[in-house]
Design a protein around this ligand. Structure first.
Ligand SMILES: Nc1ncnc2c1ncn2[C@@H]1O[C@H](COP(=O)(O)OP(=O)(O)O)[C@@H](O)[C@H]1O
Ligand SMILES: [Mg+2]
Length: 254
């Protein structure tokens, strides 16, 4: 049964690529305004988990609910779903031949059917929100990685999503550019955006996350508020993973 208060809920979700089982029974829910951080080893299914939410990847069994409605049924309007769920990718996925403004207006024009003027005004306000109004006419090649990712965030925000998915948004960035992206994400969290973030930036997790989930081999091994996972993890695997993470990153970007 779906929980009436949950904005996003996974109920026994299984997914596989051919013979390879990736998600092995994910149960999970988050409420409106929650900031959920997902951590876990490479290959544990973090990206797959996110991609299943907006149907970039199809599940084998179980159900995913958005605001109480199942979104993994054949009847689901996938385009409508993707308008409600914004996604930010590790490698930005910007159109190289479009300016920052052009990247942000695209969905507004083609998906929401806004006029040129409306789309431009909305896109400018989103670029302003991520601190890039002055780069509106720059092409991706003229932007730093941090700026490109902020355009990616502005593009997702322009659709006015109910939920934002972040898949390792800072992993492709030079260390000195990570902070500017995390700052934008923290501002969003402060504004009350519901965010499901795969990230190993533990400074961000400690400051912004309501809950951290540790994913291993396609199941949520442990889930709890950051202080609990950091100070008193229930499972040995969680503790070991977090120890390795913090010795690698030290949370210096957050
Ligand atoms: N498109 C795909 N086709 C086949 N296998 C895939 C595909 N995407 C991911 N996988 C496999 O699924 C497993 C989980 O991948 P992924 O969800 O990307 O993990 P994570 O994001 O935690 O590193 C990995 O073993 C990966 O090789
Ligand atoms: Mg991944």
């Amino acid at each position: 049964m779906s929980d009436a208060n949950a904005l996003l809920e996974f109920e026994d979700v299984h997914q596989s690529y051919g013979e390879e089982k990736v998600l092995r029974g994910i149960d999970f829910e988050m409420e409106r305004g929650d900031v959920e951080v997902v951590i876990g080893p490479s290959g544990s299914g973090k990206s797959t988990m996110l991609r299943c939410v907006n149907r970039l990847t199809e599940i084998d069994s179980g159900t995913i609910y958005l605001d109480g409605e199942p979104v993994t049924t054949p009847e689901t309007d996938v385009n409508a779903l993707r308008r409600r769920v914004g996604m930010v990718f590790q490698d930005f996925n910007l159109f190289a031949h479009r300016t920052a403004l052009g990247n942000v207006t695209l969905g507004l024009r083609e998906v929401l059917g806004h006029s040129k003027e409306e789309a431009r005004a909305e896109a400018m306000s989103q670029l302003e929100r991520v601190g890039l109004a002055d780069q509106a006419d720059s092409y991706p090649a003229e932007l730093s990685g941090g700026q490109k990712q902020r355009v990616g965030i502005a593009r997702a925000l322009a659709m006015d999503p109910e939920l934002m998915l972040f898949d390792e948004p800072t992993s492709a960035l030079d260390p000195e550019l990570i902070g500017e992206v995390l700052r934008v994400m923290r501002d969003l969290a402060d504004d009350g955006m519901t965010m499901l973030c795969v990230t190993h930036e533990m400074g961000f997790a400690q400051e912004a996350a309501s809950t951290i989930s540790f994913l291993d081999e396609g199941t949520v091994v442990e889930r709890g508020p950051p202080e609990q996972l950091f100070e008193d993890p229930e499972h040995e695997r969680t503790g070991e993973f977090l120890e390795r993470l913090t010795s690698l990153h030290g949370g210096q970007h957050g």
